[in-house]
Design a protein around this ligand. Structure first.
Ligand SMILES: Cc1ncc(COP(=O)(O)O)c(C=O)c1O
Length: 397
């Protein structure tokens, strides 16, 4: 596809334009506007001589979809353009992207320093699997105090998540990238919650951003996918491991992801505006003890959010007065919000993180991550704001 591309690329475009056009091949005469799904496992060669050229690394021809696929390359180019990164790759899930990234960069006898507040799946990977492979993980708080005390000559990676799931704490991206560079570590950030519309870690000097593309990038709760964007040398190293571990994305899911990404900016803007209004409504509600949303002045990281994010995102959490029993009642009573795990889709969702994203974590581990048993997390969708507020009002009444 890329070989026949006729480009009339504007020198500089905004994120909305990049989301629609970046990576796409637009042919002049009767070409498809939508990228075709190249739904094949394997590709033909013209001759044995061509095959030999491929085997010798002298040809970039497609051979097999686990190694690469034309539809997936368009998704990767679009994501790299949105993240302002040198390169990107897609994977079968966010966890495939995260585990493959870490296994590419860290081996037995080596170490990772990570912020304590992580998506539960990432935390369980670091707690349960990586130590069995001889990889040790040290945890620090979101303000990165203690990184220098834990670093040694075996440390390879500084891994952070911002905003965090589910309490929306922030890590200072510029400070983290500088610290990692000074200590000789690869810096990795989970950019799922902000999406590249609100936050582009490469602009702060981050080496890699990982995504659950299942969430905002896909945006319609109809696919599972992951992605990595960042420095080309590292992305290609991770791609090599991805080919070996096999967590490649199916082209059909790749097409759905591509389709979702085209509306990323429009969705993020609407969903984030509604999230701010919902957070303000909840903050004034007499039955709510605490609201976690970086767009609120009361949020401890509000100033940092203004500095490093272009928008505050569409995720928020709150603690109702009355703890777990009250939270259960609210989650059982909502009618517009769906009671479902995951986030980032067009439909608004509510969950209790202690029973979903952060299940199988000890009470002490939950407390260290800032999660109370009664914390409710909301993912705000594109429904009418008045309906969302009315739904929460009746559920809280
Ligand atoms: C912040 C974050 N990172 C990573 C993941 C894992 O992504 P996936 O479910 O696509 O494997 C999730 C999933 O909930 C997440 O919320």
């Amino acid at each position: 596809m890329a070989r026949r591309r006729q480009t009339r690329r504007a020198p500089e475009t905004g994120a909305g334009t990049r989301a629609v056009h970046a990576g796409e091949a637009h042919h002049r005469v009767s070409g498809p506007v939508a990228t075709p799904i190249v739904q094949t496992s394997t590709f033909t060669f013209a001759s044995v001589a061509e095959m030999k050229r491929w085997a010798e690394g002298r040809s970039k021809a497609d051979i097999y979809t686990r190694y690469g696929n034309p539809t997936l390359r368009v998704v990767e180019a679009k994501l790299a353009a949105l993240e302002r990164a040198e390169a990107a790759l897609v994977a079968a899930s966010g966890m495939a992207a995260i585990s493959t990234t870490l296994l590419s960069l860290v081996g037995a006898g080596e170490e990772i320093i990570a912020t304590r507040q992580l998506y539960g799946g990432t935390y369980r990977l670091m707690r349960d699997l990586l130590p069995r492979l001889g990889i040790q993980v040290h945890y620090v708080e979101a303000d990165l105090r203690g990184v220098e005390a834990r670093v040694n000559r075996r440390t390879r990676v500084l891994y952070v998540e911002t905003p965090t799931n589910p309490t929306l704490r922030l890590v200072d991206l510029r400070q983290a990238a500088q610290l990692a560079r000074r200590l000789g570590l690869v810096s990795i950030v989970d950019n799922t919650f902000a999406s590249p519309i609100w936050q582009r870690p490469a602009e702060f000097g981050f080496d890699l951003a990982v995504h659950s593309a299942t969430k905002y990038l896909g945006g319609h709760s109809d696919l599972i996918a992951g992605a990595v964007a960042g420095r080309r040398r590292l992305v290609e190293k991770i791609r090599h491991t991805l080919i070996q571990l096999g967590g490649s994305l199916d082209p059909g899911a790749g097409y759905l992801l591509l389709r979702g990404m085209k509306t990323l900016q429009a969705r993020m803007e609407r969903q984030s505006a509604s999230a701010l209004a919902v957070a303000q409504f909840l903050e004034k509600h007499p039955r709510v003890a605490r609201v976690y949303y970086p767009g609120l002045r009361s949020h401890p990281d509000h100033r940092l959010a203004r500095r490093q994010m272009d928008g505050f995102g569409a995720m928020l959490a709150f603690d109702p007065k009355g703890g777990l029993p009250a939270a259960r009642r609210i989650a059982d009573r909502v009618r517009v919000f769906l009671l479902a795990a995951s986030l980032g889709g067009v439909e608004s969702l509510v969950v209790l993180p202690a029973y979903t994203s952060h299940y199988r974590m000890l009470r002490a581990e939950l407390a260290a991550a800032g999660i109370t048993p009664g914390t409710l997390r909301l993912s705000i969708g594109i429904e009418d704001l008045a309906d969302l507020i009315a739904d929460l009002k009746q559920a809280l009444a």
